[in-house]
Design a protein around this ligand. Sequence first.
Ligand SMILES: O=P(O)(O)OC[C@H]1O[C@H](OP(=O)(O)OP(=O)(O)O)[C@H](O)[C@@H]1O
Ligand code: HPA
Ligand SMILES: [Mg+2]
Length: 184
Amino acid sequence: MYEGDIASVLISEEQIRDKTAELAAAIAERYPNGAPEGDLLLVGVLKGAIFFMTDLARALPIPTQMEFMAVSSYGSSTSSSGVVRILKDLDKDIAGRHVLIVEDIIDSGLTLSWLIRNLSTRNPASLEVVTLLRKPEATKLEVDVAWVGFDIPNEFVVGYGLDYAERYRDLPYIGTLDPSVYGG
Ligand SMILES: O=P(O)(O)OC[C@H]1O[C@H](OP(=O)(O)OP(=O)(O)O)[C@H](O)[C@@H]1O
Ligand code: HPA
Ligand SMILES: [Mg+2]
């Protein structure tokens, strides 16, 4: 699949599975009796977080509900446009709910810092973040994140939900993209 486009496998399927189980156990400790004001509400950030969100929900030993929000700042580029747009808002009110934002990656930090600010104004009972990946060298805006799966080098990655121009999301692992694909 995608022969020649992937320069290297950075994180294997098995590593993703093990890390998801580890994160789920850590998250469950934070909500020992589930969330008191109704089930924990997972807010997945489309589209990148879809695979992580569904795997995490199934690994969590506490009841959860799911909402999705779509925001976009990358389009078909490998760097953030700097402008975050809501493409799809939450369907439900989150006031009084325990909310866990589920992200695939924190790169510049722009998307998440914007999202935290936006969701905070809706008065959730608590608001935490779990991200599978983070690029510490690329982060421009520090974001308070409770759980991070992997810190990775500052390279453009694809797979397991992450795209380049909408491609490669369906890869089961996370890999680096050969620069020839985006003309680098
Ligand atoms: O920390 P940042 O520099 O803001 O980058 C992180 C965000 O960028 C990607 O989303 P994208 O805008 O590509 O939308 P997508 O998930 O639909 O691919 C990714 O899924 C994160 O949401
Ligand atoms: O490295 C990345 N890959 C894919 N999408 C992204 N969005 C932010 N950073 C990345
Ligand atoms: Mg994208």
